[in-house]
Design a protein around this ligand. Structure first.
Ligand code: FES
Length: 191
């Protein structure tokens, strides 16, 4: 498995980013960052399809994070978005995925901070199972084919999914679905 890192993030000065991070409340997450926020319906597989969940989706400035021609199945590419220190992974799963982009709908991107307590998931992609994990802190593993849902472990929330757009050969990050660890938690202190 090969990995490389792309520094892709919105061009924003650090002080402004820090202010966002420290002041972000649930309400502000919906409204801040120049982001247009929508509620996106997320379908579930099988018997759960009858009751779709609604996940928070925040749009951020569109940033190119890769290209179809360079992306190889099972070879994750790290990138930062929407801020310089928010670490994510872009991967071509080889199987159709929820929220997947590209001709086969198998290209997805997820944040790499565990939503349980922020454990680092960097470098834990398992191509045999299209899963990220286990988290080094409490062993949660996430299903990248199903919106980052928990497969097993102590986390109760799905991994935040990076919303992608494909135009020609270019892959862009355009938003975040879910709350990145730390960016919501910081808020409670300020509320
Ligand atoms: S921080 Fe990842 S499972 Fe607890």
């Amino acid at each position: 498995m090969t990995e490389k890192t792309i520094q892709a993030h919105a061009e924003r000065p650090d002080p402004e980013h820090e202010r966002d991070r420290q002041c972000m409340s649930r309400r502000q997450f919906l409204l801040a960052g120049g982001a247009m926020v929508t509620l996106a319906a997320v379908g579930l597989p099988g018997e759960l399809m009858a009751a779709p969940l609604h996940a928070l989706r925040a749009s951020y400035p569109k940033v190119k994070i890769g290209s179809l021609s360079a992306l190889k199945k099972g070879a994750p590419v790290n990138f930062n978005y929407p801020y310089p220190n928010v670490r994510n992974v872009l991967v071509k799963l080889g199987v159709r995925a929820g929220g997947g982009s590209g001709p086969e709908r198998d290209i997805v991107a997820f944040n790499q901070q565990c939503p349980h307590m922020g454990g680092p998931l960097d470098g834990t992609y398992k191509d045999a199972h299209q899963a990220l994990g286990p988290c080094p802190l409490h062993l949660t593993t996430f299903d990248l084919t199903r919106y980052g849902m928990v497969i097993s472990g102590q986390a109760t929330a799905s991994l935040p999914q990076i919303v992608l757009e494909v135009q020609g050969d270019d892959i862009y990050a355009v938003g975040v679905q879910g709350l990145v660890y730390g960016y919501a938690a910081m808020t409670a202190k300020r509320a």
